[in-house]
Design a protein around this ligand. Structure first.
Ligand SMILES: [Zn+2]
Ligand SMILES: [Zn+2]
Length: 389
């Protein structure tokens, strides 16, 4: 799962666009990316990992040499796209069979392709839009995909007609238990409004927003190239800087107004950050693991100050918007990216970010390290001003 993590994919993109990745240079890629790329001495990392990066449309292959795609180029540009834009694109582009794997030939012989990630996301969205049920076992999605024979292009009525069978689907999925399907569903749970707890996917959207996103998802059609590597390049060339995609309006997201405004405007879902911070399931997981009442920034004990309020702390998501949420294959989203802060400090921290980014004339942090550094700076400034008299 680690190599499917969005910031790892960005790191790999940086490598493949600046270095020729050929059969031999294991040490170089390990050194440049800082990733272990565990492989036996007899195998190059390329042999073991190229499948992942082809599935993610970052590279194609020509005679053992990695050819970076336009997507790899775009992912190396900080702030050009967000994790959500990229993942929604992959949802629309991914096919079964896949041009990244053996078995692609069948497609040129006229076999129809299915769109497994479109199917999975549409299934989750339809379940919220139609039934207002946010929690879906991963096995249920897999079972529905196997049993329905849907291609992933079907409309909301068709998806809603599947819902009465959801208990059966879970059993079918459990019996089949394909590892790759489970991994790919965890992969898309990096989308800001999804969250995986390891065995379920939680969809944090209103019914209306879920329906709007459902209607925006459209699998990318053919004609397809018979050569899998050319097909990867064809698909990747369709990825633009996000302007083609209407799921989210990130272009003017200044981090602080994330707090002030709601996350649904004009029927469109907005602003990753607030979705993550208001994800109530995530809050429960966090506070169950870390039952603190103390603000990480100003250290007030909110329980002592407001004993009649059960949980007054906010969760601040420390990663930049373009990072996506961290997903750990065992535990679901990593909770280390979240900081418990009181609502006043939370607002002040976002204002601090705002001021910093304005001076830098940027809309987002470059990377996790910068986001953490600025958080620490904000915190130090807050602590200095606290009067303990
Ligand atoms: Zn505070
Ligand atoms: Zn925050």
């Amino acid at each position: 799962m680690r190599y499917f993590q969005y910031d790892v994919l960005r790191e790999v993109s940086r490598f493949v666009t600046t270095h020729p990745w050929t059969r031999g240079d294991s040490a170089l890629i390990r050194r440049e990316t800082g990733l272990p790329f565990a492989a036996p001495e007899t195998h190059t990392p390329w042999r073991n990992y190229s499948r992942i990066f082809k599935l993610c449309l970052l590279v194609s292959e020509n005679d053992g040499v990695a050819i970076p795609t336009p997507i790899a180029q775009i992912l190396t540009q900080t702030g050009a796209v967000t994790c959500d834009e990229y993942l929604h694109f992959l949802v629309e582009a991914t096919t079964d069979p896949s041009p990244a794997l053996t078995g692609w030939k069948a497609v040129s012989e006229g076999q129809p392709v299915r769109h497994p990630l479109c199917f999975a996301l549409k299934y989750l969205l339809a379940k919220v839009a139609g039934l207002n049920e946010p929690i879906t076992p991963i096995y249920e999605v897999i079972g529905a995909y196997i049993d329905s024979r849907f291609l992933g292009v079907e409309d909301d009525t068709a998806f809603l007609n599947l819902m009465p069978k959801r208990a059966t689907y879970e059993q079918i999925g459990r019996n089949a238990d394909p590892r790759q399907a489970r991994e790919s569903i965890k992969f898309i749970s990096q989308i800001s409004y999804l969250h995986s707890d390891g065995s379920n996917i939680i969809t944090s959207l209103s019914q209306e927003d879920a329906m709007n996103i459902f209607k925006d998802i459209q699998p990318i059609a053919g004609p397809r190239k018979a050569d899998g590597n050319l097909e990867i390049q064809r698909l990747a060339a369709l990825f633009k800087d996000g302007s083609e995609h209407d799921f989210f309006d990130y272009k003017n997201t200044i981090i602080s107004d994330v707090i002030e405004s709601g996350f649904s405007e004009g029927g469109k879902v907005k602003k990753t950050h607030i979705v993550i911070e208001r994800n109530s399931k995530l809050r429960d997981l966090f506070f169950n693991r870390t039952p603190t009442t103390i603000c990480d920034a100003c250290s007030i004990d909110t329980h002592k100050k407001y004993p009649w309020v059960e949980r007054v702390l906010d969760l601040h998501h420390i990663l930049p918007l373009s990072s996506g949420t961290r997903v750990d294959s065992r535990t679901g989203t990593m909770l280390d990216d979240l900081m418990p802060v009181c609502p006043t400090c939370h607002r002040a921290i976002h204002r601090f970010y705002d001021g910093y980014l304005k001076t830098e004339t940027r809309k987002d942090f470059l990377n996790e390290k910068e986001a953490r550094d600025i958080y620490v700076q904000a915190k130090e400034t807050i602590t200095k001003g606290v009067c303990y008299a």
